[in-house]
Design a protein around this ligand. Structure first.
Ligand SMILES: [Zn+2]
Length: 111
């Protein structure tokens, strides 16, 4: 399986670490509803088909990603940075800063 990191491009799955179900939502931290906390910690669906998963590009840029993957065919339909609203444009090859622009940015940060 290969995952296309929005920043680094297409990489083998060995560079990534699976971090769980991306559809789980954390209860309100002030909540004392034990059933809600139990469901948040332990209850997971095991779908055969499309699934939204969290992965970290641990062997690369270390970005956290939301990967939409079919658990049967392993076909990945989208990859986006976690915490950022999915944008189809982010699933394509990333735009990188040119070396000259990187140098200019570094110069600004130093001054
Ligand atoms: Zn990456």
């Amino acid at each position: 399986m290969r995952i296309t990191c929005p920043y680094c491009g297409t990489r083998d799955v060995v560079e990534f670490t699976y971090q769980g179900d991306a559809t789980v939502t954390r209860p309100d931290p002030a909540s004392t509803d034990q059933a809600a906390w139990n469901a948040y910690v332990y209850d997971r669906a095991n779908p055969a088909g499309k699934h939204s998963e969290l992965w970290q590009h641990s062997g690369g840029c270390r970005a956290h990603l939301v990967v939409e993957r079919d658990t049967v065919s392993h076909v990945i339909t989208s990859v986006a940075f976690a915490g950022i609203k999915p944008n189809p444009a982010r699933t394509t090859t990333p735009k990188r800063k040119s070396p000259a622009r990187k140098a200019a940015t570094r110069g600004k940060a130093a001054s």
